[in-house]
Design a protein around this ligand. Structure first.
Ligand code: ADP
Length: 484
């Protein structure tokens, strides 16, 4: 099979910069596509944290202080590079201190759109400087969603880039990159504005993600169910009809899991390892977890874990209704790691006070604790309002930690409701987004926990699941090949 030439754009990529699942997926794509011997190159912004942690990045000859105008401002950018860890794939960092030297990866600054317009244009200009002619540009989320339109306009007669195709992957449709119409001059010349959604433009806005959906050659999202939900239900958050216009060009590919990092057989964050044949290490992790967090529950009692951003998306509102009663009525422990909205962190703080010794809440971003919660909990809770893919439920399955999930997006595609009659299924799945449904689900899973033979069957089923990238990557390869 012929070698594909691919260019991937992502606003975050592990191990350099991460705020969520997008970084994991971008990194996994680069490593796994490169392992198939394709010529894949990644572009990402050079944030201060990357400059600090990776002082040995090499300047790219011929791509230093390249002038690039966004609206009325002349910005220069330079490219720095290194090989992606464990691969030959180059990563190119777009260095533009005027736009990227900010405290976080993302900002609420008035020039936020310019930061990623420059990133997108610098990728295209960078490819020209490198003499790199990708067959497919793989754009991710709103940050690079103008690229498909640029290919059709600014680069339509470029000798290197005119024939390139574009794929736009939507990791979360909740973030669309909406900017005021006044930003039109930043987006590009009149030939570009003419192809923006004129209705939106008239109402005062330019929607980056919608522009990408309309102009990309293909659109994908991170699970088959989410692909359907964003076309057919209000989960499309206003972009349903834009997606329906492209129905035959929209696909869902479930994310994979990096089992080098997330496998209880060799997880580097754990002292005690385990596998489906020998779960003694899981109990040791449970003891370590409860001891670390100062919980006083016996190891024979069920322990529920959560690791999550505390946003409305994650379904914490349901837990605010359901958990206090459940904790009164039943004997179980709860550990929560997550930060975000103070409404939700306040709830967990007060729950931990009221049920001291049974409930623990930790805030901040803590990778080792996230691994210990996966390994040491019996049950993992993800009652999301929507979930494009979700990674933690797939990690949980590997660790024999039974997921309780709502029937939405990637949760629906990766967890099957357990049937004690047939012994089939991997978790507890509830449908309605309301407190009685989550209450039913938690009661059900606690009842299963109380019967050792049922629980052992569930854990066996869960741990036998395989969501490795080696499987999922073939779907991306087929998509790239179809485009090329
Ligand atoms: P999303 O991208 O919507 O946040 P995902 O489930 O796709 O949700 O990915 C979230 C990733 O971030 C997981 O790897 C999860 O373990 C991790 N994570 C979330 N919050 C924390 C935290 N407070 N500490 C450590 N890891 C976290």
């Amino acid at each position: 099979m012929s070698v594909l030439k691919l260019c991937l754009l992502s606003s975050e990529i592990v191990p350099y910069a991460k705020t969520g699942g997008l970084a994991d997926v971008a990194g996994a794509l680069v490593r796994n596509v490169s392992a198939l011997r394709h010529d894949v190159r990644a572009f990402t912004p050079l944030y201060p944290i990357v400059r600090r942690n990776y002082p040995d990045l090499q300047p790219v000859l011929g791509a230093q202080r390249v002038p690039l105008r966004i609206g009325d401002t002349e910005y220069g950018f330079s490219l720095l590079t290194c090989a992606y860890p464990g691969s030959d794939a180059p990563v190119y960092f777009v260095d533009c201190p005027a736009l990227f030297d900010r405290p976080g990866l993302y900002t609420n600054d008035p020039d936020e759109h310019r930061r990623f317009l420059l990133f997108t244009r610098a990728t295209l200009e960078g490819c020209r400087r490198l003499g790199f002619s990708p067959q497919v540009f793989h754009c991710n989320d709103w940050h690079s969603a103008f690229l498909p339109l640029y290919l059709r306009t600014l680069y339509a007669s470029d000798s290197l880039l005119a024939r390139a195709k574009s794929l736009l992957t939507i990791h979360n449709i909740g973030y669309q990159g909406v900017m005021p119409s006044a930003a039109a001059a930043d987006v590009g010349p009149a030939s570009v504005w003419a192809l923006l959604d004129q209705g939106d433009f008239g109402r005062g806005g330019i929607n980056a993600l919608k522009t990408g959906i309309r102009h990309a050659h293909r659109v994908s999202t991170v699970s088959p169910t989410y692909a359907r939900e964003i076309r057919e239900t209000p989960l499309g958050m206003g972009l349903e009809s834009a997606l329906r216009e492209r129905t035959d060009r929209v696909t869902g590919i479930l994310n994979g899991v990096d089992y080098q990092a997330w496998d209880p057989r060799h997880d580097p964050h754990l002292d005690a390892h385990f596998n489906p044949e020998d779960l003694r290490g899981k109990l040791i992790n449970k003891e370590m977890l409860t001891a670390t967090l100062g919980l006083k529950i016996a190891t024979s009692r069920p322990l529920i874990g959560m690791v999550t951003r505390l946003t409305e998306q994650k379904g914490i509102d349901l837990l605010m209704d359901a958990l206090p009663d459940l904790l009164q009525a039943r004997d179980f422990g709860l550990v929560v790691l997550g930060s975000g909205d103070s409404k939700y962190s306040g709830f967990f703080e007060s729950l931990a006070q009221r049920f001291a010794g049974r409930v623990s809440y930790r805030t901040g971003f803590d990778e080792p604790l996230a691994h210990l919660i996966e390994a040491g909990s019996d049950i993992f809770l993800m009652p999301s309002r929507y979930e494009p893919c979700g990674l933690n439920q797939m990690y949980s399955l590997r660790y024999g930690t039974i997921p309780v999930v709502r029937n939405t997006g990637g949760l629906a595609d990766s967890v099957q409701h357990f049937d004690p009659g047939t012994g089939r299924g991997t978790g507890c799945v509830f449908n309605d987004y309301d407190a009685p449904a989550v209450r039913w689900a938690i009661n059900t899973v606690l009842d299963w926990f109380a019967i050792p033979s049922i629980w052992a069957q569930l854990q066996r089923n869960a741990m036998a699941q395989d969501f490795s990238w080696t499987r999922q990557i073939q779907e991306y390869e087929a998509l790239y090949r179809g485009l090329a």
